[in-house]
Design a protein around this ligand. Sequence first.
Ligand code: 3LM
Length: 416
Amino acid sequence: MRDNDNDKSQWQPATVTIHGGRRRDEYGALVAPLYQTATFAFTNTEQGSRRFAGEEFGYIYSRLGNPTITELEQRVAALEGYPAAAATATGMGAVSAALLAFVQQGDHILVSDTIYGCSFALFSHLFSRFGIAVDFVDMSDAKHLATMFRANTKLVFLETPANPHLKVVDIAMVSELAQQFAAKVVVDNTFMTPLLQQPRKQGADIVIHSATKYLNGHGDVVAGIICASAEDIELIKLTTLKDMGATMSPHDAWLILRGLKTLDVRMQRHCINARLVAEFLRDHDAVKTIYYPGFTDHPAQTLMGSQMHGAGAVIAFELAGDIDTARRMLDHLQLITIAVSLGDAETLIQHPASMTHSPFTPEARAKAGISDNLIRLSVGLEAIDDIINDLAQALAHCGSEAAANVNSTKEVLSHG
Ligand code: 3LM
């Protein structure tokens, strides 16, 4: 198939994960070549000057652009439905480059109260040092959110479903409010991937990902990506990326291009496995509370089919008993690995209060409903029986006090 054989804009997402941004090299290599080079030769000084002046397209230096990275950017931009993207060294590189490009001293931003721990640290500690005011808000409450905008509110940042306990936010509602105040909406879509949620359809201006997670999917890269209008991406590339330097390496881009090819089948299997694990945990006596957007009584149901096209594969739960009960359970797992990160083939489990969300203050954690007992599970691609058998044998170590303490009406799916 040649590049112009059909209209790429009509491709289904599963096709875009494989062919998006594709270009054939001079040898017709099927797989995107890895341009593992720091710099690019100019044919003469005139060409070098013209490229620096932006008068001629062409690569200069890999911090400014690289063909392997361009292919990844085009593929992810197409998946998210935006004209352009900028690849970054890490997910945090994406969050910081995207937000810092649009704010200056004296500005105000609104941030969802439930987000990844290092994003919380960035907004609560670093932004304030540069005179940018930040309010953390419960964005599931539209009335309250509407009262939080100020004349100088430039950006709204949110995750949905949020790390660690899958709190959902109505992106269209937030976008409508933000538009009234001419503030840009930035959505971290890491937990869903563009296959399950495309925030642009709900009015988001910018989408960011930790590509470390599902986009790459193989646990061997730390990376990020920002998707937005061509104008916004150009601004980000020319300012906070070019000069602050958190750009992606070509090798990482190449690995993510490879990982993306199986995103569709991986997400299908992740979602099936996660539903079965969630049902198992919901029915287990030692489990007190479970957070999974796929259950019919979860607040996400009102957005299922419109904003979300699946529940994803991250589950959070609380055991009856105390923190020691939770630790005992985790320490008895044999197949499931105690590790932060998510979206890998391996099922991973971790304790947010002492790990991913330890940068939160205890007060901010309490406000966000992240209890000391909360456990987060990223359901992987292993055989479902093996995942469930491992959970079952570890839960058997929770002790009788756990089962005895369970309320007769189990609390399912709520979040703080
Ligand atoms: C984690 N999360 O285990 P990187 N946005 C979201 C994220 O979950 C993350 C980032 C951005 C985890 C990482 S904790 C030390 C390990 C929703 C990362 C940041 O910079 O690529 O790690 O992405 O929850």
